[in-house]
Ligand binder design. Structure first.
Ligand code: ZN
Length: 269
């Protein structure tokens, strides 16, 4: 065995084999997939109902570097669906609370809080240590942030896994802006060309905790597959979940050739 492959074999230490043993057994993941996860760098925007399961599962699975962006303070009404937090946490900053909880869950990874994403600071947030992140997970709860995250990811050609829940309806889509080629699947703005909120938002339509739990878990699952180099069904598709009927649907996405966010980037490319 060559020295190089010996070293490669040694990259997972004993505690990693113990901690991640159950997922290492999956042949599609294996040791090489685990090493990819441990080298991965991810920005999570929003640490609410979606961001809670997303951050917990990504930290538990050993994603190497997580940056957490959320400017909110925890309120009592959040606890019904935001499973990162406890009643004693009310009134405290969600970002710091989440980082503390995730460090307790997995001390082997790096977890840092960053400022809420805004029009001015997005270039910094997408490369928080000077290098672009591998994936942005949009777990935000409003259309303005989702559109901003999308514009930022298109501009920097960073893959985006976007999810949302309104009432009983959950959606999820994965956009890879690095190389869409002839099969362009467009961007979030192609799908939602308006900044306006849907007529019913989470705050007005109501929501059950497990509905965001299902979509957040799916978002974490697709993120882990993407980061580990496993083919993901969500790429270029819109996955729709009707929690009331228990129905799942998938739609293939296609780019809007007049999209003012991604069509322009394509011309430049
Ligand atoms: Zn677009």
């Amino acid at each position: 065995m060559s020295e190089l492959s010996c070293n490669a074999e040694e990259l997972l230490d004993d505690s990693s084999w113990l901690r991640y043993g159950r997922q290492l057994l999956l042949p599609e993941l294996g040791e090489s997939g685990q090493r990819r996860l441990q080298g991965a760098r991810v920005l999570i925007v929003g640490l609410g109902g979606l961001g809670s399961p997303v951050a917990l599962y990504l930290a538990a699975a050993g994603v190497g570097r997580l940056w957490l962006s959320d400017g909110d303070v925890l309120e009592l009404s959040n606890l019904q669906r935001q499973i990162l937090y406890t009643s004693a946490d009310c009134g405290k900053a969600k970002g710091e609370l989440a980082a503390h909880r995730l460090r307790q869950l997995n001390p082997q990874i790096s977890i840092q809080t960053v400022a809420p994403l805004g029009d001015e600071n997005w270039p910094t947030l997408l490369q928080p240590d000077g290098k672009p992140v591998d994936l942005v997970l949009d777990c935000s709860d409003n259309m303005v942030t989702r559109q901003l995250v999308n514009r930022a990811c298109v501009a920097r050609q960073i893959p985006l896994l976007s999810a949302a829940v309104t009432g009983w309806q959950g959606t999820l889509a994965l956009f890879d802006f690095r190389h869409q080629g002839a099969q362009r699947h467009g961007c979030y703005h192609c799908l939602h060309p308006t900044q306006q909120e849907p007529s019913l938002s989470c705050a007005t339509a109501g929501v059950l905790g497990p509905t965001v739990g299902v979509i957040g878990s799916l978002q974490a699952l697709e993120a882990l597959k993407f980061l580990a180099g496993i083919k993901t069904a969500a790429l270029g598709r819109l996955i729709l979940f009707d929690a009331l009927q228990g129905n799942w649907r998938q739609l293939r996405l296609s780019a809007d050739p007049r999209c003012r966010v991604c069509a322009h980037e394509e011309e430049q490319g």
